[in-house]
Design a protein around this ligand. Structure first.
Ligand SMILES: Nc1ncnc2c1ncn2[C@@H]1O[C@H](COP(=O)(O)OP(=O)(O)OP(=O)(O)O)[C@@H](O)[C@H]1O
Ligand SMILES: [Mg+2]
Length: 448
């Protein structure tokens, strides 16, 4: 039952309204001054306040201001004896939902209250929908719905809601950072900061200060106090990328922070508590590093509370075609491209050692090279076409005669396992011609 609080210094009016509202099925309380109203509001759980404006002592405006500091959603309806529309306009500016001019009838009152209740419901519904959209947004950026990715995203959605440390494993380019961000966006910390630390990119002597900050004069060059990434991420998520590259002494310091949830800036002995959710990622095999003694076992176990492994692209080939379409859209400036069917066949068959990032690079380059909004297989690099999956790789077409020749020589040498006599036979040329061309094109430097 909706609870209504009436605030008015006119006691008989209060009684009349209260009686009418009770008949309509509301639960009603009365306060005969602004002060009393505020007190009752604080101790009750009303959904609607009907308040007079002009009262001795605290005015209706003042009550409204105080109420709004505490509750932004309660419906506040002003009742005024003066019919002062200005007052009502002002009231709506400071946050009243509606107003009633005395004397008002029962039905007018019912109408205003019900309208406000409906409006509030819509507003809440709207907020919920918006939340849902923003929630989905995070994981929707991860294209590809192969069964493994579907399961992974379901798990990550649940993981996001907790505050525990997440550890993302996966080869280079599998989307670890994208997933880390999606987890943040879907977590209760989504309005807080998302701060990334890329461990290997920071010079060794600076990383401690980068993580924990420093005070002025802590070392040469420390001109003033500086916040570290842990402090910057306070209330949000700290993404420790490539954690496998962290030096052993820093691993010890990180472990302590994860245990104590406190940091100390370099050059200072004052602990600062930090409220940070950690997401760590690596493309290294940390099990092996732990076994070899280059990564602390205790830190490893503290980090891998919720491990998530993103499989390489070659183990979820169903994701390739959707990713191709996604990247064409992303890099194609809205232009519609026609893709020859054999292109998709090649792309699906290729092993993608550089995973999604490599696929994205290929699509980006192919789009640049495509002369007529058509993507044909001659735009794909040889490696993709032959499915060799070597790492050094480009989507530049090898179409000039010397380039084709060079490629043919490389292929022949590969087929003959480096045996030049046999390679020359494959190519149908004398051995000395092969040797000459190998020198000319600088191929087979490592070949016997
Ligand atoms: N499922 C996906 N959907 C759309 N884009 C993706 C997906 N996975 C990865 N990408 C894109 O591929 C690129 C590489 O992703 P990301 O940087 O997250 O990978 P990573 O695993 O952190 O790589 P590295 O180990 O090299 O740092 C980014 O441009 C990212 O947007
Ligand atoms: Mg990364």
């Amino acid at each position: 039952m909706t609870r209504i609080l009436i605030i008015d210094d006119d006691e008989s009016l209060c009684r009349v309204i209260a009686h009418q509202l009770k008949q309509m099925g509301f639960r009603v309380e009365i306060a005969l001054s602004g002060e009393e109203g505020l007190r009752k509001f604080k101790s009750g759980d009303h959904e609607v306040i009907l308040s007079d404006i002009n009262m001795p002592g605290m005015t209706g405006m003042e009550v409204l201001r105080e109420v709004r500091k505490i509750d932004k959603n309660i419906i506040f309806i002003i009742i005024t004896a003066y019919g002062s529309v200005d007052g009502a306009v002002e009231a709506s500016k400071i946050g009243a939902d509606d107003y009633l001019i005395k004397p008002f009838g029962k039905e007018a009152m019912r109408f205003v209250i019900e309208k406000a209740l409906q409006f509030r419901q819509l507003r809440q519904e709207n907020r919920r929908l918006k939340m849902e959209v923003s929630t989905k947004f995070g994981f929707e950026r991860l294209v590809g719905r192969s069964p493994v990715m579907e399961t992974l995203i379901q798990m990550a959605t649940r993981v996001a809601l907790s505050d525990s440390t997440v550890f993302i494993f996966g080869e280079s380019g599998t989307g670890k950072e994208l997933l880390a961000r999606a987890i943040h966006v879907n977590s209760p910390r989504k309005n807080g900061p998302f701060v990334t630390v890329n461990c290997p990119s920071i010079p060794e002597q600076l990383i401690e200060s980068e993580l924990f900050g420093h005070v002025k004069g802590a070392f040469t060059g420390a001109m003033k106090d500086r916040q570290g990434k842990f402090e910057m991420a306070n209330g949000g998520t700290l993404f420790l990328d490539e954690i496998g590259d962290l030096k052993v002494d820093l691993q010890a310091k990180l472990l302590r922070v994860l245990q104590e949830r406190e940091i100390e800036r370099v050059g200072e002995n004052r602990p600062i508590s930090v409220d940070v959710r950690i997401v760590a990622a690596t493309n290294k095999n940390l099990d092996q590093m732990v076994a070899e003694g280059s990564f602390r076992e205790d830190l490893y176990y503290r980090l891998r509370v919720l491990p998530i492994e993103i499989p390489p692209l070659r183990e979820r080939r169903e994701d390739i075609v959707p990713l191709v379409h996604h990247f064409i859209q992303k890099h194609g400036n809205g232009v519609k491209y026609k893709i020859d069917p054999d292109v998709l066949t090649f792309l699906e068959a290729y092993d993608w050692p550089g995973n999604v990032r490599e696929l994205e690079n290929v699509i980006e380059r192919v789009i640049v090279l495509s002369p007529d909004q058509r993507i044909s297989s001659n735009l794909l690099a040889q490696e993709v076409r032959t499915g060799k999956g070597t790492r050094a790789f480009s989507a530049v077409p090898r179409e000039t005669l010397p380039e084709i020749e060079k490629q043919a020589i490389e292929n022949a040498l590969q087929k003959s396992h480096g045996n030049k006599t046999r390679a020359a036979e494959f190519l149908g040329i004398p051995r000395h011609v092969l040797l000459y061309r190998m020198k000319k094109y600088e191929v087979g430097v490592n070949v016997k």
